[in-house]
Each structure stands twice: as C-alpha cells, then as structure tokens.
Design a protein around this ligand. Structure first.
Ligand code: HEM
Ligand code: HEM
Length: 153
C-alpha cells in the first residue's frame, strides 16, 4: 500500500488518543471526588454540584470503560496499520510503550472491580497503576507522534 493511504488510520489514532487523555482527566477528577467524599464525608463542590457518591461512582465507571475501549481500539489500529505497512511488528519503542499502556489500563480496570472492604489492597493498587499510567500515556504519545511523522506527506 502507498504511504499516505495510511494517514487516515493514524488520524484515528491521534483522535482516540486525545479522547483517552480527556477521559483520563475526567477519571482523575471523579476519582479525587470520590476520595474526598469518602475521607471527609462531603462533596467537594457540595452546593454547586450536590452529587452523591453513587452518582459520581457510576460516572467514573462509565468513563473508565470508555477509556479501556479507546485504548484497545488504539492497540488494534496500531497493530493493523503496522502489519499492513511493514508486514511485521516492532519498529520502534512505540510498541513497548503501547503494550505497557494496554497492560496498565487493563490492570487498572481489573483492580477497580476488586475494590471492596474485604480487599484493602485493591484501591491503592488501582490508584498506583493510574499514576504510572500517566507516564505511560506520555510515553506512548511522544513515540506515536514521532513515528507518525514518517507517514506525513
Ligand atoms: C481504567 C478505567 C477505570 C475504571 C473502570 C475505574 C473504576 C473505579 C472503581 C469501580 C472505583 C471504586 C469506587 C468505590 O467504590 O470506591 C474506583 C476508584 C478510584 N479511581 Fe478509578 N477507574 C478507572 C480509572 C481511573 C483513573 C484513570 C484514575 C485516576 C487518574 C482513577 C482514580 C480513582 C481513584 C482516586 C479512586 C478511589 C476513590 C476513593 O478513594 O474512594 N480511576 N475506580
Ligand atoms: C494507547 C495508545 C496507543 C497504543 C496502545 C498504540 C499501539 C501501537 C502498537 C502496538 C503499534 C505497533 C508498533 C510496532 O510494532 O512497531 C503501533 C504503531 C503505530 N502507532 Fe500507535 N499506539 C497508541 C497511540 C498512538 C498515537 C497517539 C499515535 C500518533 C498519532 C500512534 C501512531 C502510530 C503509528 C504511526 C504506528 C506505526 C509504527 C511505525 O511506523 O513504526 N499511536 N501503535
């Protein structure tokens, strides 16, 4: 296939990445919100946005599922695009960065399902994985942006 014919695929990658970062931001906001409600017993912007914990929790969960889907889409686009163009994988550190982000996101989603009073390790694991995920997102964005230059006309 011709070089520029893959450009649309990398455009999907760039847009999905933008949405993933937005989802991450909203997850951080709603996560910190839940943390504040749990530790102080009141809503951070109580009068303005009098949401209860359950509502914020569902919102956090839905945005989380969206982010997981976006990252899996990015993985599929990356693998299909690279195989279609080169016929093989592993052309830069973007591969390791991508696989790491996928592992972190799935680990985060799994640990989230384990959060309960009987499993005290799950919440710190969830929060820890998400802090590392921030660095992972930065790494995959920088390496992705670098390799995308090869496809630009
Ligand atoms: C991968 C997708 C994600 C899913 C499915 C998810 C889901 C959940 C769930 C179910 C909880 C438990 C809520 C509870 O009952 O206490 C939780 C807690 C939390 N999440 Fe997430 N989450 C995701 C990503 C994130 C991200 C990216 C961040 C931060 C950037 C984050 C920050 C937090 C925090 C701080 C808590 C703890 C709240 C507390 O201490 O009460 N989550 N998450
Ligand atoms: C969570 C985010 C992402 C994941 C999981 C991901 C995953 C992957 C994977 C696994 C590959 C195959 C790499 C190889 O075998 O060498 C790939 C390739 C690629 N990805 Fe991503 N990617 C992500 C974000 C991005 C972003 C933000 C861009 C930039 C717009 C991008 C652009 C590319 C390009 C251009 C390739 C072709 C690699 C090459 O020509 O060497 N990716 N991606």
């Amino acid at each position: 296939m011709h070089l520029p014919s893959f450009l649309w695929l990398w455009k999907i990658a760039a847009w999905s990445m933008g949405l993933s970062l937005l989802a991450y931001l909203f997850l951080a906001i709603t996560g910190i919100w839940m943390f504040r409600v749990r530790t102080t017993g009141k809503s951070p912007l109580g009068v303005l946005l009098p949401w209860n914990r359950g509502e914020v929790q569902s919102l956090h969960y839905i945005i989380g599922m969206t982010m997981v889907s976006l990252v899996l889409l990015l993985l599929a686009v990356g693998i299909v695009g690279t195989l279609g163009h080169f016929g093989s994988l592993g052309h830069s550190s973007h591969l390791i960065a991508g696989l790491m982000v996928v592992a972190l996101v799935l680990g985060s989603a799994f640990s989230a399902t384990q959060i309960s009073a009987r499993k005290p390790w799950a919440r710190p694991l969830h929060i820890g994985l998400n802090i590392v995920l921030f660095a992972g997102f930065a790494w995959v964005s920088i390496t992705g942006w670098t390799v995308v230059q090869k496809y630009l006309p």
